[in-house]
Design a protein around this ligand. Structure first.
Ligand code: FES
Length: 201
């Protein structure tokens, strides 16, 4: 089970309407193709003034359950993508455990990834439901489900923010701690695409 050290005092959650609005944008863009997706890359919402410091973004257990049942990240304002990860995977805690302390169980954690700004030239990076990867429509960079670089001109994996679970069970993302994405050589997940890509290479 999660250790008590991962819990911190409660914070005010993000407005649910805002959460769902950007979740809808994410779901819509994942289903589009070609030029329309490319255009969305430039239009993807960037981190707004409303997200700074430590922000409670929702019930951690509910978020994890939704992500797993929908097999898709939950998208928040500014292209923030909440994903699940498995801390029991080989090398996972060494790579991510220090900053991503939102751990619900031995094999279930949450992580906040910056899908609003591709590390190449800053396009938004929609989720591709069929491949189960993040795929950038601008120049074809692809990232696995953990945002680790897999293909294309991007110099690294998707950037991310530190996070933890507070005493009320809320996932708290620390927007004051943006973390540079993992190096190209990082591939903890070793996830092959699970279906057709949404973006041509
Ligand atoms: S901006 Fe994403 S690949 Fe160029």
């Amino acid at each position: 089970m999660a250790e008590e050290s991962t819990r911190r005092p409660g914070l005010k959650p993000v407005d649910r309407r805002t959460f769902l609005r950007y979740g809808l944008i994410g779901a819509t863009s994942a289903g589009l193709g070609g030029f329309a997706v490319s255009a969305l890359g430039f239009m993807w919402p960037r981190l707004g003034d409303g997200l700074f410091g430590e922000v409670a973004v929702g019930d951690a257990a509910e978020l994890a359950a939704t992500i797993q049942s929908e097999r898709a990240p939950q998208r928040l304002e500014g292209g923030v993508a909440i994903i699940t990860w498995d801390p029991s995977m080989s090398g996972a805690m060494d790579a991510y455990g220090e900053e991503h302390q939102a751990i619900l169980d031995d094999d279930l954690g949450l992580m906040a990834v910056n899908a609003g700004s591709c590390p190449h030239l800053g396009c938004g990076v929609p989720w591709c439901q069929s491949s189960q990867w993040f795929e950038c429509p601008c120049h074809g960079s692809r990232y696995n489900r953990l945002g680790e670089w897999q293909f294309g001109p991007a110099p690294r994996g998707l950037d991310r923010w530190a996070s933890f679970i507070d005493d009320d069970g809320q996932l708290v993302v620390d927007f004051g701690q943006e973390l540079t994405g993992p190096a190209r050589t990082a591939n903890v997940l070793e996830q092959s695409p699970e279906g057709p890509h949404c973006v041509d290479a």
